[in-house]
Design a protein around this ligand. Sequence first.
Ligand code: NAD
Ligand code: IPM
Ligand code: MN
Length: 343
Amino acid sequence: MARIAVVGGDGIGPEVTAQAIKVIRAVLPDVETVDYDLGATRYHRTGEVLPDSVRDELAGFDAILLGAVGDPSVPPGVLERGLLLKMRFDFDQYVNLRPSKLWPGTTGPLGAVKPGEIDFVVVREGTEGLYAGAGGVLHRGTPAEVATEESLNTRHGVERVIRDAFARAQRRERRKVTLVHKTNVLTHAGGLWARTFEAVKADFPDVTTEYQHVDAAAMFMVTAPARYDVVVTDNLFGDILTDIAAAVTGGIGLAASGCINPERRFPSMFEPVHGSAPDIAGKGVADPVAAVLSASLLLDHLGHADAAARVTGAVAAELAARTPGAPLRTADIGDRLAAAAAS
Ligand code: NAD
Ligand code: IPM
Ligand code: MN
């Protein structure tokens, strides 16, 4: 029996994870879920963000389902770094997998693109880069203030995520990997990424490759998204590009992700790409599809490929039947998806 830890978190996080759990139960009735109260409310009540004891408990689950963290009442970074990034780092979730697909019935902003034409996956490095480097501030609050933020890139960390991207491409029809970086300016980190990419490529002769600078990739992801199959990139570039990818495939409410520890030494975590959306929190209007598709990635990761396919099938039917611009009710969508996935 699968054991899943549920961290709803902040804002719309608990609203959308509740729907994802409904859907998981519909396809896997004997699943065991345990709710963890983490996020802004706990922080205000106890001052705790992620106590070590809770982290150690989470480590014992088969997977973690996360909603979103971050709240306007908490200084930026406290929850994002202390809870979300801490889990990604402590559980060595170095493959941050973010699939992008234009679903039939979904209208992206790109009129000319037809459903089926956009179907790529971003393999975003999840444990290094600017998210993990040293930094500091000198002369804070004075005209002489200096702030630094270092990007940490190790051969080990870069190679393992690039290998994952190539292996993933090999299992896909088009078998193509695009490396995205900024080697024309970030010569140190970019050099390491480019050299590692070339070295790994030699082990995958049946995979086609290309390189793009991140600024060009941001443009092509809007003007020619059909050209991508697997995109591998560093932590921050991957963060930004996957919001663009979400926008061109029907919006952030549909974009799913998995923070994966491929060796399974630690639980992997599945979460929507979006955040806590304070502007719509508590209104019951958040789209739960991103959370539900993240649940499908979770099911697949735990070896329940049939259950995962039933969930994506239910989502496909739901999106095909949607009227663009019609108001959404979070719980109604969850109920419909659960019923469709169960049958
Ligand atoms: P956001 O993704 O929360 O919201 C951006 C916009 O998208 C908002 O207008 C929001 O209403 C809309 N949106 C997001 N999810 C939606 C959904 N499911 N259905 C309908 N509309 C949706 O990004 P933000 O406003 O930059 O950040 C808000 C907070 O969330 C911040 O504290 C930020 O740090 C945090 N955040 C957390 C995560 C995460 O937990 N993985 C991701 C991104 C941002
Ligand atoms: C995401 C978010 C996080 C990130 C933040 C909240 C730390 O934007 O999951 O995309 O930058 O990775
Ligand atoms: Mn992001």
